[in-house]
Design a protein around this ligand. Sequence first.
Ligand SMILES: [Zn+2]
Ligand SMILES: [Zn+2]
Length: 140
Amino acid sequence: LRMTRQRSIILEELRKSRIHPTANQVYELVRRRMPRVSLATVYRNLEKLTQAGMVQTVELTGCRRRYDGWADEHTHVRCVDCGRVEDISGGVLDRAAERVGRLSAYKILGHHLEFTGRCPKCERKGSLLKRKGKRRKGDA
Ligand SMILES: [Zn+2]
Ligand SMILES: [Zn+2]
């Protein structure tokens, strides 16, 4: 893949952000450095970078597709309150894949597993609101 200036900036911003942004969020990030870039261009380049294996997409239930500048294998955990997605590095699933392969006699090529939880920030906020006795929804 030819690394045009646009592509390098997209990749750079993606790697810097670590929030697993949607295409729209990538667009917002990139626009600060390239004010004239269009959303369509960002989409197209994200597509190319994904095909080249430099970016991976994160598909999570009930969420828009997100992009990840780190293409190495890692697991994601998503907060059910604010929707943030964080990385868990290390092959937490290596053993599981091995085992599934053994049990099914399939050659396992990949997996799609999603952990959900509540991030420390939301958890703190949740217990604070509960203590005040007025837990509101939607004021993230
Ligand atoms: Zn959260
Ligand atoms: Zn990730």
